[in-house]
Design a protein around this ligand. Structure first.
Ligand SMILES: [Zn+2]
Length: 131
């Protein structure tokens, strides 16, 4: 089993470092964005004999992200965003998380799913990684 990781431009918010993973064993490709919560999963489509006949890509529009030292989770409903912001704020007060790396975003959607504005409910813009 091997996995490749590279950065791609997020199709939803335009962030230049959305994470793209290709898992060669399962032949699936996953793209996630740690800024807006965009999530895409692509897998081969096979006919009755097991031949690859195409790809099927499922996209879940991001509503937000909660992130910190441990990594990040994409959020897909307003309720998840509100709950994540509440729990992260409480954790910061308790000293469970570090201020400098913790954040919660909300994607304020515009006329189209990929036109909108990122709002930081907690924390600030994740730093670009060196690469
Ligand atoms: Zn994004």
């Amino acid at each position: 089993m091997s996995q490749c990781t590279e950065w791609v431009k997020c199709p939803q918010c335009g962030f230049p470092q959305a994470d793209s993973f290709f898992e060669s064993h399962a032949e699936t490709e996953i793209v996630t964005c740690r800024r807006c919560g965009y999530y895409a999963h692509a897998a081969p489509v096979r006919d009755g004999s097991g031949n690859d006949v195409g790809w099927k890509r499922e996209i879940t529009v991001g509503v937000g992200v909660v992130g910190g030292d441990h990594g990040y989770h994409t959020l897909h409903s307003e309720e998840q965003v509100t709950a994540a912001a509440r729990s992260l704020r409480a954790g910061l007060v308790e000293g469970k998380y570090r201020d400098s790396t913790s954040y919660v975003t909300r994607w304020n959607r515009g006329p189209r799913w990929n036109e909108g504005q990122i709002e930081f409910l907690v924390g600030s813009e994740p730093r670009l990684r060196e690469g």
